[in-house]
Design a protein around this ligand. Structure first.
Ligand SMILES: *[C@@H]1O[C@H](CO)[C@@H](O)[C@H](O)[C@H]1NC(C)=O
Length: 173
């Protein structure tokens, strides 16, 4: 009799834990990842001398797709020494529009959000064909107050000035 009830208890425990497992699996979980840089050349794109920013504040915000004024999720995160951040998000957000954006830079010499890379859209649903929990946001960047002197050389190497001339701009970083 004792054996029987022990068996019953064990099966009950197994049954319960697999039920719990199912409940967890049904709830989507995403990891939003990205990096924050200092745009040391003030060109609004990443160069080889862009610098990762540690301690930058980044915000993830989701809004209701049909009622854009309603914020459904907001999370702040601070970048690590590689300028990287990870934000864990629960649930499926198919009916929402989610963006990560720059909030604050810890560097007084590099705290001006760039136009082009201050914000990045992230898709937090598996219903649009993207599988897996990892969601990569585009890198975000603050502009340095003044371009570094090395920028001239770095930008020359990638043909930046030729393009500028073709486009009829006269621009020096
Ligand atoms: C979004 O807003 C609409 C209209 O107010 C509402 O019916 C819907 O449930 C909301 N969706 C989410 C995901 O909050």
């Amino acid at each position: 009799m004792a054996k029987v009830s022990q068996f019953a208890l064990v099966s009950l425990a197994i049954c319960l834990s697999s039920l719990l497992g199912l409940a967890v699996a049904a709830e989507e979980k995403f990891i939003v990842e990205g990096k924050v840089y200092c745009d040391t050349c003030r060109v609004e794109f990443e160069t080889k001398i862009s610098q990762p920013i540690k301690g930058a504040l980044v915000n993830l915000e989701c809004r209701n797709r049909t009622d854009i004024r309603t914020i459904t999720l907001t999370k702040d995160v601070v970048t690590d020494k590689a300028g990287a951040y990870k934000i864990a998000v629960e649930g499926d957000h198919e009916e929402e529009i989610c963006d990560v954006s720059l909030v604050k830079s810890p560097r007084a010499d590099c705290n001006d959000p760039t136009e082009a890379w201050r914000k990045s859209r992230v898709v937090l649903t598996t219903k649009d064909g993207v599988d897996g929990p990892q969601r990569y946001a585009n890198n975000l960047g603050f502009k340095r107050k003044q371009a570094l002197p090395e920028c001239v050389q770095v930008l020359k190497e990638i043909g930046y000035y030729e393009v500028e001339e073709e486009e009829g701009h006269s621009h020096s970083p």
